[in-house]
Design a protein around this ligand. Structure first.
Ligand code: NDP
Length: 478
């Protein structure tokens, strides 16, 4: 099976004819080939996006929305095929893809299609004059997305860009290209004008780099690792491109003694191991008030042991395969490091061999580690796998200091039934997102993003639509 680029409304092989293997992480088998696109492919995509821009930007928002809504409808129609594709590419349970990835991809398209119809800009009346703000689409934009939620995060970026009138050159992760390829076929079926969306597959260092350094790409929306984000900023910032960077996290999950204990344990297990822990929002550092620490650890470990690691296609599977062999080795390396740092692995810690067709796959047991201090590397660096640490704290202020002690600041969770404490702690946390007594409850209108090394800028709602526009103030004196 060959995946192709989508450029100027057509599916194309890469110009140099070079391909990469696409591996199913549950079986370790090569199951398709991905274009190893280069700068020349990106240049063609940017040309197509440039040529399409004037027509797309001038199209009434309602008409643009109609096309994007048609794509959403086609995602729903092909629900099962897309869920299977994302599971095969990424290793996640197909059940999770059906519950989260595909419904959310179609919701992203619907949400931004209709949001753009309601989008309005500001006016400021002053003595003797009125100011109004014109917002126009910035032009050709680059959207670069990671492998963990391939179609979900891909649509989260391209939908607001397209809805507001930008044209797009997008690069999905080379590890998980299949759903973006299927998506390009849906765009053709929906009648998206040629060149409005272009999808170039390939390595980050080649195809990705060519997008960020292309002088005609006016804005970059990137989701991925912090090191890649730093590199992208170093290339794009001197060219004065608009930048939105959604980066890594090391998210604290704070459990106070006065919480709804059952709910806290249950949701914390989900927040730790969903999607094999490969969600930027997973809570990887659990901080528990000392008076309930032992009880929490026992209940958490018991629940973790009930999670079934297995074939992503089986209905009974909770935890699927990690995305690649390299990533699995990285995660296992962190578990070894945690032990060197004095950590005690209470459950998990090993690679799993799943019998049958998945015998060669990249599976790791959900792993719970205690006994580590806050400053060790295991507690400071993003692991991005099914690994959590649990640490006790004595006072609220101490929990906040621990929570804020990493270079990251993406998401945090707080468990308490005390309303004042919930507000106080939420305000004190250095984090772009705080969930109180829940996790991953998402309203697409809310600002989404991180502070410190978790990123720059916000996605979601009006923030995303504004990012893809330039604001111009017009002052009229009467
Ligand atoms: P990477 O940073 O490795 O890659 C992200 C994307 O950038 C991929 O498409 C990659 O291509 C591309 N890329 C890599 N190098 C370059 C480059 N030099 N120039 C341009 N593009 C490049 O992240 P991962 O895919 O490994 O994703 C995991 C990371 O993403 C984690 O750190 C996670 O926390 C973060 N993340 C953050 C989220 C947020 O909202 N804050 C949400 C989800 C994930 P390729 O893969 O083909 O090399």
């Amino acid at each position: 099976m060959k995946i192709q680029n989508y450029i100027a409304g057509t599916l194309r092989d890469p110009l140099r004819g070079q391909w990469l293997d696409n591996i199913n992480p549950a079986t370790a088998e090569v199951y398709s080939h991905v274009p190893a696109s280069q700068a020349a492919d990106v240049a063609q995509a940017v040309e197509a996006a440039k040529a399409a821009f004037a027509g797309w930007a001038a199209m009434p928002a309602q008409k643009r929305a109609d096309i994007l809504l048609k794509i959403a409808y086609l995602i729903d129609r092909d629900f099962d095929a897309l869920a299977l594709a994302v599971s095969t590419d990424q290793g996640k349970p197909v059940k999770l893809a059906k519950a989260v990835d595909i419904p959310r991809a179609s919701a992203n398209m619907r949400f931004f299609a209709t949001a753009a119809i309601h989008f309005a800009s500001e006016s400021h009346a002053m003595e003797g004059a009125i100011n109004y703000t014109l917002r126009t689409p910035v032009g050709v934009v680059g959207c670069i997305s990671p492998w963990n939620l391939p179609l979900y995060l891909f649509t989260w970026k391209i939908a607001p860009a397209l809805a507001i009138g930008c044209t797009v050159v997008a690069k999905p992760s080379e590890l998980t290209p299949r759903t973006a390829y299927l998506f390009s076929k849906l765009c053709m079926e929906a009648g998206l004008p040629a060149g409005v969306l272009n999808i170039v597959h390939g390595r980050g260092a080649e195809a990705g780099h060519a997008i960020i350094e292309h002088p005609e790409v006016a804005a970059i929306s990137f989701t991925g690792g912090t090191a890649t984000g730093k590199h992208i900023a170093s290339v794009a910032a001197p060219m004065f491109k608009k930048l939105s960077l959604e980066l890594g996290g090391k998210n604290p999950n704070i459990v106070f003694a006065d919480c709804d204990f059952e709910q806290a344990v249950k949701t914390s297990v989900t927040a730790s191991f969903s999607n094999q822990g490969e969600i930027c929002l997973c809570g990887s550092r659990i901080l528990v008030e000392r008076s309930v620490y032992e009880k929490f650890v026992a209940a958490f470990v018991e629940r973790t042991r009930q999670l079934v690691v297995g074939d992503p296609l089986a209905e009974t599977t909770h935890v699927g395969a990690l995305v690649s062999e390299g990533h699995m080795k990285k995660v296992l390396g962190y578990i070894a490091l945690a032990q060197q740092e004095g950590g005690n692995v209470l459950t998990g810690g090993q690679q799993v061999t799943v019998p049958g067709r998945c015998a060669q796959g990249f599976f790791v047991e959900p792993t719970v580690i205690v006994g580590l201090d806050q400053q060790c590397r295991t507690n400071q660096e993003e692991i991005f796998g099914p690994v959590v640490t649990i640490m006790p704290f004595d006072r609220e202020e101490e929990a906040v200091v621990f929570a804020n002690s990493t270079a990251y600041g993406l998401a945090a969770t707080v468990w308490t039934e005390n309303l004042s404490k919930a507000h106080r702690v939420a305000a004190a946390l250095k984090s772009g997102i705080v969930w109180v007594n829940c996790w991953l409850l998402r309203d697409l209108r809310t600002p989404f993003g991180g502070v410190k090394q978790s990123g720059v800028g916000r996605e979601g709602g009006w923030e995303a639509l504004r990012f893809f526009t330039e604001a111009k103030n017009v002052c009229v004196k009467w």
